[in-house]
Write a protein that binds this ligand. Structure first.
Ligand SMILES: Cc1cc2nc3c(=O)[nH]c(=O)nc-3n(C[C@H](O)[C@H](O)[C@H](O)COP(=O)(O)OP(=O)(O)OC[C@H]3O[C@@H](n4cnc5c(N)ncnc54)[C@H](O)[C@@H]3O)c2cc1C
Length: 498
């Protein structure tokens, strides 16, 4: 007998699981299919010699009571059994820019005072900057948990402002410009293309408040999967979606790589739109739509280094640390691989929330896919000696750089593991290992816009490729996608009243 669901969801990343939880809460029968052995996508952690390293969820913002993510987490019951640790009030992020350190304090009042203290001659520019951030966030209904109006994308002027130039227009002080732009790694900022609204959303999100998940970040994925299962839904691993099946003109099922068919009324794809197009035979979707999805610009990929340290040798850091070798925090737009690495983002995970020492430390920095392209066709875990030697050389360079600020880290490394753009490609399923999926371009807001609706009436998109990446961006995409099935107004009300 053929089993048929209301909705089949491809990908058990944050977006797929949240859609599954919302829609199963609303009584739909859902089935989430995940290609990997474990669910979570970039929420996954992976074990290495006693450490559980987080793939892509190192900290989250706006989690103070009443703030955006707090309301969303309450709705999803993500405070039940999961602990979060608040990062340092006076510096959740420390930036070392060309040898000088600056801290970002939590809460806009504290952040403003700290910036005034660093730049006493630029108080007006700092206040103007905060006002611009607030106005830009408030202009985007969904980011303040309001039902979005019907304005066409092309009429939204805030989409057409460049982040780097907007900051430049507020102050001529280059040092201040750098400090204001210094979080750009966490949105893969590009000098030439990144819109100011992306910058505003992310800075607002983390400055409001910043936290880490205590222990493994995949607890969030497991809690969402539990909700789906308690609601009678299914979450299946080892199920790689390979092609959509049609009866006449109607899409009726999804076939996985092992030949199993999952029938449903509707389908939601939590994977990259281009990867979704690969599941549709020629002629099944408008050529122009397919071409646009295939050409969506991507954010950079990354090189990650995961360090196991000697027990009780390095004190726990209750903050992230970002190092920029030179006085240009937007250098990634044109980084030079010969000079690599010129930046790193250092993060640690609290094991219990009260740990005095840390034995697992992660480093991340930009890397373009082209650097690994020569090994792209070789099988996982067997890419040859050249690739291993290249990884080792890159790892040593990163360790050398971090050792300049943190000799105690360099001296106490007992083992290290590297992730390259190929690792991100293979585990997440993006074509080019892009860190945060599709990128936005202020010069062409329509070209980089992805709607939850596709040109097939019962196929929808969700996840980081829609609006914005990260815990907040993906959560909001989930609301927009589910708003295609249930009343968005009601859903937003439920979240605001959770
Ligand atoms: C290195 C890194 C660091 C990051 N740090 C942070 C951070 O500190 N804070 C933050 O908020 N965000 C961070 N992010 C971003 C955040 O992790 C992501 O934006 C978010 O988790 C993406 O969720 P998603 O559901 O859209 O996609 P994904 O997590 O990519 O989920 C997609 C899922 O689909 C599965 N899949 C793919 N193809 C198929 C197929 N054919 N069939 C079935 N399943 C398939 C994948 O295996 C995956 O599980 C980071 C990301 C990276 C890469």
């Amino acid at each position: 007998m053929i089993k048929k669901y209301d909705i089949v969801i491809i990908g058990a990343g944050l977006g797929g699981l949240q859609c599954g939880a919302i829609l199963s809460n609303k009584g739909f029968s859902v089935c989430v299919l995940e290609k990997n052995r474990f669910i979570g996508g970039t929420l996954q952690t992976f074990p290495r010699r006693g450490c559980d390293f987080s793939t892509g969820m190192h900290y989250i913002g706006s989690l103070d009571k009443g703030q955006m993510l707090h309301r969303i987490f309450k709705y999803f019951k993500l405070f039940d059994g999961i602990e979060y640790k608040r990062l340092n009030d006076d510096g959740f992020e420390i930036f070392n820019i060309a040898g000088k350190e600056y801290k970002y304090a939590q809460g806009f009042d504290a952040w403003r005072s700290q910036m005034h203290h660093y730049f006493p001659a630029d108080k007006k520019a700092i206040d103007k900057y905060i006002a611009r951030i607030k106005a830009t966030v408030d202009a985007q209904d969904i980011y303040v948990l309001k039902e979005p109006g019907n304005d066409a994308v092309q009429n939204k002027d805030y989409l057409k402002v460049n982040a780097f130039r907007e900051i430049q227009s507020l102050t001529t002080n280059k040092e201040l410009q750098n400090v204001l732009g210094a979080l750009n790694f966490v949105y893969a900022g590009d000098k030439e293309t990144t819109p100011f609204y992306v910058h505003a959303l992310i800075n607002n999100y983390f400055i409001n408040s910043s936290y880490r998940v205590v222990g493994k970040s995949d607890q969030v994925a497991n809690a969402l999967a539990d909700t789906i299962q308690k609601n009678g839904g299914e979450v299946l691993t080892g199920k790689k979606a390979s092609q959509f099946v049609f009866e006449g003109d109607k899409m009726v099922a999804l076939e996985t790589a092992d030949g199993e068919r999952f029938y449903a009324g509707d389908f939601i794809s939590n994977v990259h739109p281009a990867a979704t197009m690969d599941m549709l035979a020629t002629g099944r979707i408008k050529k122009s739509f397919r071409n646009r999805m295939n050409k969506l610009p991507s954010t950079h990929s990354a090189f990650g280094l995961h360090l196991n340290l000697k027990k009780d040798s390095v004190k726990y850091f209750n903050y992230n640390y970002q190092y920029f070798k030179h006085g240009d925090v937007w250098f990634a737009s044109a980084y030079n691989e010969k000079k690599w690495p010129e930046h790193y983002f250092l993060h640690t995970s609290p094991l219990t929330g009260n740990d005095e020492y840390v034995s697992c430390v992660g480093l991340l920095t930009h890397m373009r896919f082209e650097e690994v392209e020569q090994w792209a066709q070789l099988p996982i875990n067997n890419r040859g000696k050249d690739y291993e030697a290249w990884k080792q050389e890159k790892s040593e360079k990163m360790i050398e750089l971090v050792g300049q600020q943190f000799p105690e880290i360099k001296e106490n490394i007992v083992a290290h593991t590297a992730s390259t753009p190929l690792t991100y490609r293979d585990y997440i399923g993006t074509h080019d290992g892009s860190m945060y999926g599709t990128s936005r371009d202020y010069r062409n807001p329509m070209g980089s816009y992805v709607s939850p609706r596709t040109k097939i009436p019962n196929l929808y998109f969700t996840g980081q490729n829609l609006n914005l990446h990260g815990m907040l961006g993906v959560s909001l995409s989930s609301l927009l996608t589910c708003g295609e099935f249930v009343s968005l107004r009601e859903l937003i009300n439920e979240i605001n009243n959770a």
